[in-house]
Design a protein around this ligand. Structure first.
Ligand code: SF4
Length: 591
């Protein structure tokens, strides 16, 4: 098959067994790769969601690339991890940039499915479709970056995945690190990897080519998309200011969640302004994922050297906690990455404890902006000691333990990113219907809101719902092909079709690709058994207004209800949000 290595490796760590399966063409065409393929593999295992322990041997940790991985199509070197999340207790996924998507293909695999658990720390080295099991006791205890650097001393040309102490100690929002500062960030893939005793996975290339169906069309697309990636008006901001430029946008437009979701403009935000402070005083250089001409990574000066700062982290460890000293914020972010946390969940959880401490509900919590206290708590959380034991539960479990569910900000157990839905109303729908929980990238609705599309940021009507569904579908494909979502300005439906057909030769139509995206979205909901009860939003978003430019904003019950029910209708769900039988049949999920 063009575009694929054609191989899935099944690794059982309990039995030290590896077997290889070929991907059949029908599965590839219907589910593509990455997120779609991973969900399909789990669906076919016929596992009962509620009886799978996320830390148990049965929980499969799947790492998958897509047909574009390893090609020179710009922005196409991502990979996906698919697993049952220990944070949300749902089937979930995460994606990562860097080099992984290409190097998996170069190592001769489309996906690895890891089950079982190793009795001792282990490092998996994968090359030419084969697996070497290495003792990793000497790596256990190192942080994510130290581990990767130690491995790269031997495997200089490789893609390495690592966990840090947070993953080793199974903190449910631990990430998997890659290329120093890239992560499978959301919903706890690092904790699942840690539960299996896997400290690192290294993909070593044997052949850096990908079999392409239509070379002439492919070469033309590589050239033209490479040009557009740096000239399209929708791409230029990523090149110039990465994601951190949104600190200024978010505070200027009043959607930057701050002081644990009580404000949408961070007090003293100018201290961490990209344009006024970070760019002139801290910026060192641009960085990029493999073969990407956009180079959206913005490397800044940390106390240890260099660190690649992202917008979401500045919100979670800065805005939500009140840390507005730029050097301290950068250093906290680097510490969190090295320990192996999803910084969005970590910042939310710590800010929740500060908020509860202020109310007298939690003793010994840091104060707003208390750099030293927050730093100590981050370290204690990675090692599950002191107050860190509580923080290591994550927001939802803390709230349940303390009986303060109505104060916690999460959806389906996942803490939200840096877009307050009270002032970016498309995020009402995004956060409600995402299968990962409050995941801003499920539909990237914030981009619709910020750019004023579909009636503007406060619109909640049918036009907005449809605009969000369009990106939701494209995102499902991007996560499966695998493409970076920042390329949405150039990867329109027609371009997705052209790229997929040039690489795979599957001759998709746009309608078939839309149906494929819908299949991936609906299958995920069906596997999780999600209904309207799980699509509800945190009560504080509905009852506590935030102020922006003298006006007060909440999410109303009517806004949530209209958007969610219109979405159900258009997606082919029943009134409680379950996919209808004819929807499942039409999308070839149930035959
Ligand atoms: S736009 Fe940024 S995140 Fe996306 S592939 Fe390029 S460098 Fe990586």
């Amino acid at each position: 098959m063009h575009g694929y290595a054609g191989r899935v490796l099944w690794i059982n760590l309990s039995r030290n067994e590896v077997r290889t399966e070929n991907i059949n063409e029908s599965t590839a065409k219907l589910f593509i790769g990455g997120r779609g393929l991973g969900l399909k593999i789990i669906f076919d295992l016929n596992l009962n969601l509620s009886s799978i322990d996320p830390y148990g041997t049965e929980n499969p940790l799947i790492i998958a690339t897509g047909p574009l991985g390893g090609t020179r199509i710009p922005l196409a070197t991502r990979a996906a991890a698919i697993f049952k999340s220990p944070l949300t207790n749902r089937w979930s996924y995460s994606t990562v940039g860097g080099t992984l998507g290409a190097y998996m293909k170069y190592a001769g695999v489309d996906a690895v499915v890891i089950t079982g658990a190793s009795p001792r720390p282990i490092h998996l080295v994968i090359s030419d479709g084969k697996v070497e099991f290495r003792d990793a006791r000497d790596l256990w205890g190192l942080d994510t970056v130290e581990t990767e650097h130690a491995i790269k001393r031997e495997f200089r040309d490789s893609a390495v995945l690592t966990i840090g102490p947070a993953g080793e100690n199974k903190v449910p929002y631990a990430c998997i690190g890659h290329e120093d500062w890239r992560q499978f960030g959301r919903t706890g893939a690092g904790a699942v990897m840690g539960s299996k005793g896997v400290k690192a996975i290294t993909f070593v290339p044997v052949n850096k080519t990908v079999d392409i169906a239509n070379d002439k069309a492919y070469q033309d697309l590589v050239r033209s998309l490479g040009r557009q990636a740096v000239t399209n008006p929708g791409m230029i901001p990523y090149r110039q200011g990465g994601t951190v430029r949104l600190i200024d946008t978010g505070n200027g437009m009043g959607f930057f969640p701050s002081i644990y979701w009580t404000k949408v403009v961070m007090p003293n935000w100018e201290d961490i302004s990209w344009e006024k402070v970070l760019k002139p005083k801290y910026f060192i250089k641009h960085g990029a994922c493999l073969y990407c001409p956009v180079a959206c990574h913005k490397v800044v000066r940390s106390s240890n050297g260099e660190y690649d700062l992202e917008y979401e982290t500045t919100m979670a460890l800065g805005g939500l906690t009140g840390v507005h000293d730029p050097q301290k914020l950068i250093d906290l972010a680097e510490l969190a990455d090295r320990l192996g946390f999803d910084t969005i969940s970590l910042g939310n959880t710590i800010a929740f404890l500060i908020y509860l401490g202020e109310k007298g509900i939690v003793k010994g919590a840091p104060k707003w902006g208390d750099y030293e206290g927050i730093r100590r708590l981050i370290i204690d959380t990675a090692y599950r000691r002191g107050l860190g034991e509580l923080a290591a539960l994550g927001t939802k479990a803390i709230a349940e333990k303390l009986g303060v569910q109505d104060l916690a900000i999460h959806v389906k157990g996942l803490e939200p990113a840096a877009y307050d839905p009270r002032t970016l109303k498309g995020m009402i729908l995004n956060n409600a219907i995402s299968e990962r929980g409050a995941d801003h990238l499920w539909s990237s609705a914030y981009a619709v809101d910020i750019t004023g599309q579909a009636g503007g940021r406060f619109a909640t009507g049918e036009e907005k719902v449809k605009a969000i569904m369009d990106i939701e579908e494209r995102n499902a494909l991007y996560d499966s092909m695998l493409l970076c979502k920042f390329g949405r300005a150039i990867y329109t439906w027609d371009v997705i079709r052209d790229v997929m057909n040039a690489v795979t030769g599957f001759n998709y139509t746009v309608d078939e690709l839309r149906e494929t995206a819908q299949r991936i979205i609906v299958l995920h909901r069906y596997m999780n058994g999600t209904t309207i009860e799980q699509d509800r939003l945190p009560p504080r978003w509905l009852r506590e207004p935030v102020e922006y430019e003298g006006k007060r904003y909440v999410v109303t019950e009517e806004e949530w209800s209209f958007m969610v029910k219109k979405y159900y209708e258009l997606r082919g769900y029943d009134e409680v949000g379950r996919p209808k039988q004819d929807t499942l049949a039409r999308l070839k999920i149930l035959t």
